[in-house]
Design a protein around this ligand. Structure first.
Ligand code: SAM
Length: 292
C-alpha cells in the first residue's frame, strides 16, 4: 500500500542504527524520565513501519515502555509484532505475541508494542496527545508537505510532549570517488524528492529544517544533529541499491539522458565490484521539547 517493502526497511536498519545521534537520544530519554519517573513510558511512533524505531530506541531508553506503532500500511503493521518477538528472542529476552500486540520481558524491563492503522495525512489530529509521554518518528518526515509540518508543529506544541524525529534525509549524496555525471544524477534525485508522497508536494530534503522553523515560530526549542549514513566499500549490496535507486529516478526525471545515466551506472558498478566506492547519505535528527 505505501510502497515501503519490508526487505528494504530491513536492509537500511543497520545503517540507521549506526547513524542515529546518541546525544539527542540521551536528551530525549532524560526528558521522558524527568516527566514520568515511575510508570511505563508511553510513546507514539509515527510512520512506524516494521518497528525499527522500537528496536533502536527501546534498549536505549530503558525502563518499562508502551509503544503505539502508527502507520497506514496494514501489512507492515501486521508483521511488526512477530518481527519484534524474533528480534527480542535473538537477544535472549522473553517475547509474547497476541494478535497485534507484542510484549518483551528483558528481565529488567517490560516493553509492550501495539499497532494502529491510521492515515496520518488526514487523521493526525485524531491522536489524543494525553495518551503519550513522547512522540517519535524515523525516516518519515521527508514524505510530508509543508502544510502537514505546520499542522504537526501546532499539534506537538499543543500536546507539550517531546519529539525525537530521526533520520530525515537532507539531500546530501556524496559518492567517493567522484564520477562524470554525478551532478546529473544528483539534480534528478533532488527534483524527485519533492514529489507528492500522499501528503501533497513533499518538502523532501528540506523537511527537518522546515519542521525546526515551524516549531521555533511557535517558540518551541529545537536541537538538530547530523545522522548521516556512511556506506563503505565493504557494503556492496547497499551501494548497488543506492546506485540503482538513483538511476531509476534519473531515468524518470531526465529521459533524454539515458546514455549518460547508463554510463554513470557502469562506472559505479565497476567501482563497487572493486571495493573502491563509498557513499555518504545525509540525514538529520531533530529533538523538540515544547513547554508543558
Ligand atoms: C521510510 S518508511 C520508515 C518506516 C520506519 N519508520 C522505519 O524506519 O523502518 C516510511 C513509513 O511511513 C509510512 N507512511 C507513509 N505515508 C503514511 C501515511 N499517510 N500515514 C501513515 N503512515 C504513512 C509508510 O507506510 C512507511 O512505513
Amino acid at each position: 500500500m505505501s510502497g515501503f517493502d519490508a526487505d528494504w526497511l530491513a536492509q537500511r536498519e543497520p545503517f540507521d542504527l549506526a547513524a542515529r545521534s546518541r546525544l539527542l537520544e540521551q536528551a530525549f530519554a532524560a526528558e521522558l524520565v524527568r516527566n514520568r519517573p515511575h510508570a511505563a513510558i508511553r510513546l507514539a511512533d509515527l510512520g512506524g513501519g516494521t518497528a525499527a524505531n522500537f528496536r533502536a530506541l527501546a534498549p536505549q531508553l530503558g525502563g518499562d515502555q508502551q509503544w503505539l506503532l502508527l502507520d497506514h500500511d496494514e501489512q507492515l503493521l501486521a508483521d511488526a509484532p512477530a518481527r519484534i518477538a524474533r528480534w527480542a528472542r535473538a537477544r535472549g529476552w522473553e517475547a509474547r505475541v497476541a494478535g497485534q500486540r507484542c510484549e518483551v520481558l528483558t528481565g529488567a524491563a517490560r516493553w509492550e508494542l501495539s499497532t494502529r492503522q491510521i492515515d496520518l495525512a488526514r487523521s493526525l489530529e485524531s491522536l489524543e496527545p494525553g495518551a503519550f509521554d513522547g512522540i517519535v518518528t524515523t525516516a518519515f518526515l521527508d514524505l510530508v508537505s509543508l502544510g502537514w509540518l505546520e499542522r504537526f508543529a501546532r499539534w506537538l506544541v499543543g500536546s507539550g510532549k517531546p519529539l525525537l524525529a530521526t533520520l530525515t534525509v537532507d539531500g546530501v549524496r556524496r559518492w567517493h570517488p567522484e564520477a562524470i555525471d554525478d551532478d546529473l544524477i544528483e539534480r534528478a534525485f533532488l527534483l524527485h524528492q519533492g514529489g507528492d508522497k500522499g501528503f501533497g508536494d513533499s518538502v523532501g530534503p528540506g523537511a527537518a529544517a522546515a519542521l525546526a522553523q515551524c516549531l521555533e515560530t511557535l517558540r518551541c526549542p529545537v536541537r538538530l544533529e547530523r545522522s548521516d549514513w556512511q556506506i563503505g566499500a565493504a557494503e556492496p549490496a547497499m551501494l548497488a541499491r543506492m546506485a540503482d535507486e538513483a538511476v531509476e529516478v534519473a531515468r524518470q526525471v531526465a529521459p533524454d539522458a539515458q546514455a549518460r545515466i547508463a554510463g554513470w551506472r557502469m562506472t559505479r558498478a565497476a567501482q563497487i565490484d572493486a571495493a573502491q566506492a563509498s557513499l555518504l547519505i545525509g540525514h538529520i535528527d531533530l529533538l523538540a521539547v515544547p513547554d508543558r
